[in-house]
Design a protein around this ligand. Structure first.
Ligand code: GLU
Length: 476
């Protein structure tokens, strides 16, 4: 029987869920689902000083994308590394017993002095000077009693560590380019590399998919894996996400929203976010359309065609995907979407809302655009100076409209236009249409006139024209 494919998404709970992290989650998810495998969630919370309290809320945002991870534990609790602290320590001590790790008693000051010295001598990436590497067991015992210590891996020297990355192909690093890195910190907590390897093993992980910044960690993790006789894992690293200036997307970049919650709260559909992120560093071969639903993504995402070059975070493209996925909503879903995400829309009654939703469906990329487009609904808008001038210039038309409306009990849009153009010989051009529009809405922006007539009741149209004409005449 073929081994089950298992992946994990392993965020550190040190801040809000970054959009880059969500892409990592998605790639893991798509690959796991493509191969009928599992995707587990693991919280890497061993860096106690940096943990934030609300991280679970951030994780809940992932649920809003409707992408479910698999439960590792039967009781559905989330896998957290902090529960394994004792185990990491025990495994580290076992490595010491086997001569594969050692205690390091160097103080922070000593380490810093050594680094500075190396830097002074032109060494670009200073390494640990291995002072404690060859201490005898007795030396170790002696020091242990007095001072605190870290535990370092005792790597084999001059050994090529090779691994095959699904995206970057074969990568080789010689252990002489690494140092005896720390696996247990002074506070007794494991380093990321150490805990990661142990948990990947405990969870039966077969594939590690993560950002390119972790390529440098991989040889270290393989050294630990080999020492612990754990099975090999397949790796796939994907390229960084950059902004329009080509800079890595980071929290310092204020122009681009960074967090999943920001996008969800603003009215980006989960389907659009998923579609957009999936194509951020992956290009499916069938490319006649870029709009994918989740099932199509799962079907296509086989781990090939992941991009090596940086992926450009193009928010106009995200808007395009939002528009495309909004088109797929039925009337009720679209109505509810606007109700949730457009303030002005949420104030409308159901009938008006229904008309507006239908009319604007082909125009909106995102709900908030509607708030600007609905200005024509408000009665209290003042006339803008340029519109005042326009109405002055076309006052004779305005007057004809006013008089017609005053006189008629009922009329339609077509009847009004016919009256003005045929009986009163007014040309059917901007002057005519803008005047009618201004008298009803006081603004030149808005939907087609015909729709305005369809939207408002005749009474309301009459009332608005009469009131607006009178106010204008009195004021100007
Ligand atoms: N906690 C690490 C991070 O958030 C996980 C890296 C990994 O997937 O190994 O970057």
């Amino acid at each position: 029987m073929k081994k089950e494919i298992r992946l994990r998404f392993a965020p550190s709970p040190t801040g809000k869920l970054h959009i880059g992290g969500v892409r990592t989650f998605l790639f893991n998810y798509l690959y796991a689902k493509h191969y009928n495998g599992k995707l587990f969630l693991r919280i890497e919370d061993t860096d106690i000083e940096r943990n934030i309290k609300d991280f679970y809320k951030e994780i809940e945002h992932l649920n809003k994308l409707n992408l479910k991870w698999d439960n590792f534990f039967e009781d559905n609790t989330i896998y957290t590394q902090s529960k394994n602290l004792k185990l990491y320590q025990k495994i580290a001590l076992d490595l010491i017993d086997k001569g594969l790790a050692y205690k390091c008693f160097c103080t922070k000051q000593e380490l810093e002095d050594s680094r500075n010295l190396q830097a002074k001598n032109g060494i670009k990436s200073p390494k640990y000077n291995e002072k404690c590497r060859n201490f005898s067991i007795e030396d170790q015992e002696k020091f242990s009693k007095k001072s605190s210590f870290t535990i370092r891996i005792k790597r084999e020297k001059n050994l090529d560590i090779k691994f095959f990355d699904l995206n970057f192909s074969e990568i080789t690093v010689n252990t002489n380019d690494l140092d005896d890195f720390v696996i247990i910190k002074e506070n007794g907590h494991p380093t990321y590399n150490f805990a990661c390897v142990i948990d990947d093993f405990l969870m039966g992980i077969t594939h590690v998919f993560r950002g390119q910044e972790h390529i440098a960690n991989t040889p270290k993790q393989i050294i630990i894996q080999k020492f612990l006789k754990y099975p090999e894992i397949s790796y796939c690293h994907f390229s960084v996400i950059v902004d329009k200036y080509g800079k890595k997307l980071s929290k310092r970049n204020k122009e681009t929203k960074q967090f999943l919650s920001d996008y969800l709260n603003e009215g980006y559909l989960p389907e659009a976010i998923i579609n957009f992120l999936a194509l951020l560093g992956w290009f499916p071969l069938q490319k006649d359309s870029e709009v994918f639903v989740l099932d199509e993504l799962i079907k296509a995402f086989d781990g090939k065609n992941i991009s090596k070059s940086p992926s450009f975070f193009d928010d106009t493209k995200l808007l395009f995907f939002n528009f495309s996925h909004l088109q797929k909503l039925n009337d009720e879903e679209y109505y509810n979407y606007l109700k949730t995400f457009s303030k002005k829309f949420s104030l409308l009654n159901q009938e008006d809302g229904g008309k507006i939703a239908k009319y604007y469906k082909n125009e909106l990329q995102i709900a908030k655009e509607l708030d600007q487009k609905l200005e024509w609904l408000e009665e209290s808008n003042p006339f803008l100076p340029e519109n005042i001038q326009f109405l002055k210039d076309n006052f004779h038309i305005a007057k004809l409209i006013y008089e017609y409306v005053l006189e008629k009990d009922a009329f339609s849009y077509d009847e009004l236009i016919n009256f003005l153009s045929k009986e009163k010989k007014i040309l059917k051009n901007k002057n005519l249409f803008f005047t009618i529009r201004l008298l009803i809405t006081k603004t030149t922006k808005g939907p087609e006139l015909k729709f305005i007539f369809f939207f408002f009741s005749l009474d309301k149209i009459k009332k608005r024209i009469i009131n607006n004409f009178r106010t204008f005449k009195n004021d100007h």
